[in-house]
Design a protein around this ligand. Sequence first.
Ligand code: HGY
Ligand code: MN
Ligand code: MN
Length: 408
Amino acid sequence: MPRIDGARLIADLKRMAEFGRYKTGVHRPMLSQPDIASRHWLAERMQEAGLEAVIDGVGNVIGRRPGDGPRLLVGSHSDTQPRGGWLDGVMGVIYGLELARAFRDDSALADVGIDVASWADEEGNFLSFLGSRSFVGELDEAEIAGARGRDDGATLPEALARCGLAGRPRLAIEPGRYAGYLEAHIEQGGYLESEGLRIGVVTSIVGIRAYRVAFTGTQNHAGTTPMPIRRDAGVALVRFCNRIYERFAELSGPRTVWTVGKIELQPGAPSIIPGRAEMMLQFRDADAAVLDRFEAAVHALAAEMNAAGPCPVELERTSDTAPTIMDAGFQKALADAAEAELPGGWMRMPSGAGHDAQILAHKLPAGMLFIPSIGGVSHHYSEDTAEADIVLGCQVFADAAARILRTG
Ligand code: HGY
Ligand code: MN
Ligand code: MN
């Protein structure tokens, strides 16, 4: 079985955390200066591991093992949420790099190999799952041209050009090259920790739908405009938000979640009645029928508020990622590897977070492994995992990859 080098793994993870360090976490949005610097560093490390590394036209960093023979594609994302954690995504990329080195150094595995990927913009600074969608052929040029960054509003083509990636070809999946795709990730929740377990074998990944909900009112003076004649877009947004939360609670499944993560009032001054108000609404469930029910409720409430006035509301669906079941054979390989390394110390579990694996699964058998998150915290700079869990997870992951390539 391939033996990983835990110290090398942790050292690379800590080096990556220096690209955009923010307190104990990382601020490394897609195509920011620390992000593009980290991509070049990743490409160098892949080359050192014996891979042919390329940064492609949307910023994917992909290292291919030369030669023939069965290959596994292993990866995740290295961009982060704003002021996020040091492990979300990048842990799976460095696991891939460590597996590539462990396989390279194991003569019994000379005929098989690991390709490694850091997928661009999983966190959606421009477009969620930008890189993995591009790689599987589900991203067209029009979407790229129309995407704008969260930070400075630059278009995606402008940001790619600024990073020296304009005109580069986008890499696409090579039919027949891969036995499948594996991704390791921190759980980002508290189930493993609460059960006292150290490895999660992912059974399914949640579906995610998101909407931009925008209200148009009449900007005016906060002191001289009588209440009865106001068209306050901010008040309309708050009423919509309150009512949709109540309605969703009536429609919810056991694990459905919904979030308004961003609200913007324009022009956003205390003495001005907002003329425009915008909110980002998202909801998630493993069952598409629940997502359909929620979506119908959003449209029904918007229609009701448009009929009642005074502020018209516009809906724009900004993402629709389907729930995905992980490959049964890959789940078994991960479970067998976990049981061999840590008898009884693991469990099968669903993912409440979205992952690139649910995009790669459109083209390849896909599997995921989780390790615990301390306190179940993620998408916060304090996100953390015990180093011993990080190292153990990588060894189980390497065992599972070898099992898949040996039985593939
Ligand atoms: O939001 C998610 O589930 C992922 O971390 N982007
Ligand atoms: Mn994330
Ligand atoms: Mn992630």
